[in-house]
Write a protein that binds this ligand. Structure first.
Ligand SMILES: Nc1ncnc2c1ncn2[C@@H]1O[C@H](COP(=O)(O)OP(=O)(O)O)[C@@H](O)[C@H]1O
Ligand SMILES: [Mg+2]
Length: 304
């Protein structure tokens, strides 16, 4: 990740508001804490299916990254599927790559055979394996069905493969469909991430600044913090965008603190809308922001 232009000016050792999900910058809000505890509990308890939902930018991928670190520390085998627009064949191939299965990865039969061998050998050593699927709301029905079948693999101690599906709220609606009834019945744990509360948004910003090298921040005044919350609606990804752009602006104006005027300019540049803003209503999402802003792949030009 490129260093932000303003880092030396403010004395940051790292970018405080990167858009990438980085466990190092984790802010443990009660709901993030609970979600992570649930994921860990589900995996350790061999619960089978766990579903994590939340609007875009609320921290789902960050939670999966934290879980990934946890699994790494235990040397637990896992596969992380982050591209969910897959055919069943591609799904098996990707899973085989990620689990590093030595087999003909293009053959579903071979992959299933090798996976089963891995699951059993791990189980013999008292270990479980985990399949993490991000953006799971995009999964096709036939892939979801294959995933459901993977969830059937078990021995006497419980499920051999723990499956975590993370996605936008559409995932919940998808799982309500009659043809997925069997999968839905298998879900033992559900967690939801909501936008942050006002005091959490402030703590979130302060945690990130502290982690980047500014323990007692003076850049964002209480008034600005309140406005950042209002305009971001407490969505971490949008908070990051706004704060990063505010720091760029303050730096450019040779100011050590951000002002509401700067915030107005930033919000205008980002074409941001929030309740009470009088901007054009076209092309906005449920959260009142331009959909492009919420799409991480389109954000490269916006200070990421
Ligand atoms: N609890 C948190 N602590 C620190 N940063 C967070 C937290 N939740 C979200 N973020 C940040 O917000 C942005 C969006 O998070 P992400 O996990 O990509 O959301 P989602 O996957 O739900 O769209 C990222 O920059 C991420 O680092
Ligand atoms: Mg994500």
């Amino acid at each position: 990740m490129q260093n932000a232009i303003y880092n030396p000016y403010f004395g940051f050792t790292e970018n405080p508001f990167n858009i990438t999900p980085d466990p190092e910058f984790l802010y443990r809000s009660p709901q993030h804490e609970e979600a992570l505890a649930n994921l860990i509990y589900g995996v350790r308890g061999r619960k089978g299916f766990i579903v994590l939902t939340g609007e875009v930018g609320t921290g789902k991928t960050t939670m999966l990254e934290c879980l990934r670190d946890y699994l790494d520390s235990l040397r637990t085998e896992f596969a992380f599927i982050f591209n969910s627009r897959l055919t069943p064949d591609q799904f098996f191939e990707m899973m085989a790559y990620d689990f590093d299965l030595r087999c003909d990865r293009k053959s579903k039969t071979d992959v299933l055979f090798a996976l089963n061998a891995l699951l059993l050998s791990q189980a013999e050593r008292g270990r479980t394996c985990v399949l993490l699927v991000d953006e799971a709301h995009n999964l096709e029905w036939d892939v979801l069905e294959e995933i459901r079948l993977l969830g059937n693999l078990e021995n006497r101690q419980g499920k051999l493969l723990q499956i975590i599906l993370a996605g936008q709220p559409e995932l919940d609606r998808k799982l309500d469909a009659p043809n997925l009834r069997q999968l839905k019945q298998r879900i033992v744990l559900r967690c939801t991430l909501n936008p942050l509360e006002p005091d959490e948004a402030t703590a979130y910003i302060e945690t990130r600044l502290a982690r980047a090298g500014m323990p007692n921040q003076t850049v964002f005044t209480p008034v600005v913090l309140e406005e950042v919350y209002r305009r971001s609606r407490g969505i971490p990804r949008i908070i990051n965008l706004i704060c990063d752009n505010l720091l760029v602006t303050a730096f450019a104006m040779e100011q050590k603190a951000a002002t509401v005027d700067m915030l107005n300019e930033v919000c205008q540049d980002l074409r941001l809308e929030w309740p009470g803003s009088n901007r054009d209503k076209r092309g906005k999402s449920r959260f009142g922001v331009d959909e492009d802003l919420l799409n991480p792949t389109k954000l490269t030009s916006l200070g990421d």
